[in-house]
Design a protein around this ligand. Structure first.
Ligand SMILES: [Zn+2]
Length: 158
């Protein structure tokens, strides 16, 4: 079995693909029995779909591929802590474990703002490992937003 770091690196590669096309750099990987069953990155701007988050896209791909909505043995690796929508999809897909990099103080629902993944009143709870390659995942995002701010500043000056 490969380590969480190995798979998080793959999620970071996905996040970089998002960055290359001007999307907020967030990437997700789904792994089952040591195999990568889906990879995805954020496509919200390009698709103009509020739901086109990396996790949702990865879950959708994996379900189509496996022919089932149940991803009971799967581990989801994602560079940023899941939002409420993605946390909901994770619970509803019966994903076993979530590993995330950076925490999200503005939307994180895997422990930061609330913990939907381990809400006991739901019929499924998810194991969580947080902070895996946290600095790399966080820097991808902070660099991306800094560049946007600089671009805006420059365009104001011109
Ligand atoms: Zn999300």
């Amino acid at each position: 079995m490969k380590s969480d770091y190995y798979y998080m690196e793959l999620a970071i590669e996905e996040a970089k693909k998002a960055e290359e096309i001007g999307e907020v750099p967030i990437g997700a990987i789904l792994v089952s029995d040591g195999k990568v069953i889906a990879k995805a990155h954020n496509l919200r701007e390009i698709e103009q779909r509020s739901i086109a988050h990396a996790e949702i896209l990865a879950i959708d791909k994996a379900c189509k591929k496996a022919g089932t909505w149940r991803l009971e043995n799967a581990t989801l690796y994602v560079t940023l802590e899941p939002c409420p929508m993605c946390a909901g999809a994770i619970v509803l897909s019966r994903i076993k474990r979530v590993v995330y990099g950076a925490s999200d103080p503005k939307g994180g629902c895997a422990g930061t703002l609330m913990n939907l993944l381990q809400e006991e009143r739901f019929n499924h709870q998810v194991e969580i490992a947080k902070g895996v390659l946290e600095i790399e995942c966080g820097e991808l995002l902070s660099t991306f937003f800094r560049k946007i701010r600089e671009k805006k500043k420059r365009s104001r000056v011109e």
